[in-house]
Design a protein around this ligand. Structure first.
Ligand code: SDX
Length: 429
């Protein structure tokens, strides 16, 4: 929305000023619309996009200073407490909470797509048994493009909808089969009638030999973890999905690109890195030495810090509560890793080094401890983040594709390489 505020670019060499409009959103900072900047013959320069709004969106709002996160206007604290992941999927995709009937139709729609094409199972077998499940997920999700030629017209809203449903439905199955293949277990199948999170646990841990009994408390905790990870504005992997989608690439290939980006330890790979860090520290006695290493930049305190949150990540606070509930449910309240993590958090929150840099625990700090307690292996932490974030990725992809003003994303650069020069024959070098 334009208001009458403007920003004027003035030159100190007498060139004409340039006026640029200021746009106001519903919430959050105003933005300077620099699209007319190209007239200047210059580019703006913002590596890492610390000061750049890449798009307009109505899906998720974050206030980093206040530690606020809203999905379609609803605070994450309320959704984590009162909603469930499939309802949050409907909300992110459609913009409103579903009625009972809408929920039923949506849930049935997801359920009917949760099996994998049998031919796809051969793809898993092409990987080494010890392949990281994220490598398998990038490959198998990308390969879904080869199976759905009937619904790849991205300009057809029905095709966009069925692709979104297929991805939300199949990602847990793909993640679970990647785990089972790694373990040498036979592939499993979804069991309709279970909730989304119960079905994931069933696909992960059931065996053909006996009935798998889902622990409802653990399934509820996992469902909440999915909700906390569902979307997060224009983070690196969501921006990757948008950029891939802006070329017209099919949604399966775009989500595979998002999974690849999420894998990095600075992003979704941090939950796995937190557990490795806690194992490395070992005990509270070793924390001071570890913190010294952080301050002299030998290593980072994984699970801390965030590009946007300069206050507590609201998801971390909910994750910590969930951690407490799960550990109590399992009689693990003396879990040494949880105690070490709480000691680490307390020390960091009181240390000027972290206070000055506004480094607080983020969503990844406690998620690994909860997942570990549920029995999920460390290698599956980021795949779980990926399956939960798929709805956010595909919601942003669909929002962008539906925008008639969408253009292919094509940033420019500040070139500091060699001047023009002529080729030198090898004998003269
Ligand atoms: C996620 O963007 C999203 O929304 C992501 C996410 C989502 O839901 O999609 O929220 C999920 O990715 C959460 C973040 C998970 N990553 C980690 O926990 C890895 C550890 N965190 C850091 O790598 C870092 O904090 C980032 C990458 C998350 C943010 O980095 P920035 O914003 O680029 O900040 P920076 O690297 O410029 O750091 C500023 C200062 C530096 O110190 P100085 O040079 O000023 O002395 O803070 C320091 C950094 O060295 N710093 C840390 C630190 N994070 C930043 N020092 C120690 N430990 C850390 N974790």
């Amino acid at each position: 929305m334009e208001n009458n505020r403007k920003v004027t670019l003035t030159y100190n060499d007498g060139k004409d000023n340039l006026e640029m409009p200021v746009l106001k959103g519903t919430l959050g900072p105003d933005v300077v619309d620099i699209r007319s900047f190209s007239k200047t013959g210059m580019f703006t320069f913002d590596p890492g996009f610390l000061a750049t709004a890449s798009c307009e969106s109505q899906i998720t709002f974050i206030d980093g200073d206040l530690g606020q996160l809203y999905y379609r206007g609803y605070p994450i604290e309320q959704l984590a407490e009162k909603s469930d992941y499939l309802e949050v999927c409907y909300l992110l995709l459609n913009g409103e909470l579903p009625t009972a009937e809408e929920r039923k139709v949506f849930e049935r729609g997801i359920m009917r797509h949760n099996m994998l094409h049998d031919q796809l199972m051969s793809l898993f077998k092409g990987f080494r048994r010890d392949a990281h499940p994220m490598a398998v997920m990038v490959g198998v999700v990308g390969a879904l493009s080869a199976f759905y030629h009937d619904s790849l017209d991205i300009n057809n809203p029905e095709h966009r909808k069925i692709s979104a449903h297929r991805l939300i439905a199949k990602l847990p199955n793909i993640a679970a089969q990647a785990y089972r293949y790694n373990k040498g277990l036979p592939f499993s199948y979804p069991k309709n009638g279970l909730t989304y999170a119960e079905n994931f646990l069933h696909m992960m841990f059931s065996t053909p030999c006996e009935e798998y009994k889902v622990n409802k408390t653990l399934a509820l905790a996992l469902d909440r973890i999915f909700t906390l990870h569902a979307d997060h504005e224009q983070n690196a992997s969501t921006s990757t999905v948008r950029l891939a989608g802006s070329s017209g690439a099919n949604p399966f290939a775009c989500i595979a690109a998002g999974i690849a980006c999420l894998w990095g330890p600075s992003h979704g790979g941090a939950n796995e890195a937190v557990l490795k860090m806690l194992d490395e520290i070992g005990s509270v006695e070793n924390v001071p030495a570890f913190m010294e290493g952080v301050k002299n930049k030998t290593h980072k305190l994984m699970g801390f810090g965030h590009r946007v949150y300069k206050n507590m990540d609201p998801r971390a606070a909910i994750m910590k509560e969930t951690c407490d509930e799960v550990l109590n449910e399992l009689g693990l309240h003396n879990d040494p890793k949880f105690k070490l993590a709480m000691a680490l958090e307390k020390i960091a929150l009181e240390d000027p080094y972290f206070i000055e840099r506004k480094l607080y625990p983020n969503v990844d700090f406690y998620s690994g401890i909860v997942l570990s307690a549920i029995g999920i292996p460390v290698s599956m932490f980021t795949p779980i983040f990926a399956l939960a974030r798929t709805v956010g990725w595909i919601s942003h992809w669909a929002e962008m594709i539906a925008d008639p003003a969408m253009k292919i994303g094509r940033p420019r650069q500040l070139y500091t390489g060699a001047q023009r020069r002529d080729y030198i024959p090898q004998e003269q070098r």
